[in-house]
Ligand binder design. Sequence first.
Ligand code: PLP
Length: 403
Amino acid sequence: MDIHKIREDFPILAREVYGKPLVYLDNGATTQKPRIVIDSIVDEYYSVNANVHRGVHYLSQKATELHEGSRETMRRFINAKSTNEIIFTRGTTESLNLVVSSFGEAFMNEGDEVIISVMEHHSNIVPWQLLEARKGIKIKVVPMNDKGELLLEEYEKLFTERTKIVSIMQVSNVLGTVNPIKEMIATAHKHGVPFMVDAAQSIPHMKVDVQDLDADFLVFSGHKVYAPTGVGVLYGKEEWLDKLPPYQGGGEMIKHVSFEKTTFNELPFKFEAGTPDYIGTTGFATALDYVMGLGIENIAAHEHMLTEYATKRLKEIPGIRIFGEAAHKSSVVSFLLGDIHHFDLGTLLDRLGIATRTGHHCAQPLMQRLGIEGTIRASFAVYNTKEEVDALVDGIIRVSKMF
Ligand code: PLP
């Protein structure tokens, strides 16, 4: 891959920040968007815009074709069996809330248990806690070792006859750990328990095949994979989605409404109340086509090289502590330098044009496990370069001399 050519696809990368070239290393939070994605949004507003599904007129039918075509692109991207298994949402967080709410409503009662892990994002903790408060369910947590790897023996010990579901991330947004999710799903299935995968941080960086994983539910956001904000996917096996009650009520998700009795629409519409972000879904599909055009394996190889290089170079800096040294890691490096507060280091790097993320990364229980308040995180995308890693390292050295 010619990274410098790829960079030209992303107009924002050419800008400066405080008079310095932008070094954007906050891709775990959100990625930048290629021109074709931005253009797809503008073009649809200019020439196609109309509400989808119920219109007999030309534009509505064109918009519907684009929207449903995007669903097919999502299906292909994760190798789902059918577009009935692709539910459009606002993002990972909404997808998780949908499953927790509907699954919890139908299949969980007081004393029933969900298994999550110590490294989960708040989006995969707090919805379960809300269910805990509402229905008295119990949350069990898979621990990890000091390298940031989940302890699979402890995981298996957590299953009881009250375990109703497992919900765990494929890649940690803080540690970069790639969890052995396929193996963990097989363990859950051995106990007759379904498994939800938070794929927010894996979808942009590796091939994710829901049939190969045998995932029951899998959730992700568009904006972390070069797509616009505000659109995401809930994948669910059709047999599960059929059994779950609707999440929100409104237009689109009904078959017939009367004051006496309302019947619900078929999949996938049963879970898509209200006007969908049909322009966003076009942008989303355009982004996934872009990724498929580059080849996710090529993206993964480039990002792996950057992660290894960054880890090696950061380790040369005296006083650096890296969090997350799992054998299998994705494109995230979290670190602290001496006793410099992560916020101070991040702020001073920003003045050099280097965008990193500082703080707890929406994973406060993980921070507690690590005995820290937060880290600085550099996270890579396809358009990052070794020179940018060098700029980060030089920046850290420069800042450290100020303390
Ligand atoms: N899960 C993980 C692992 C994440 O990294 C994130 C975002 O950082 C989320 C869930 C939430 O994603 P969103 O804010 O797009 O809903």
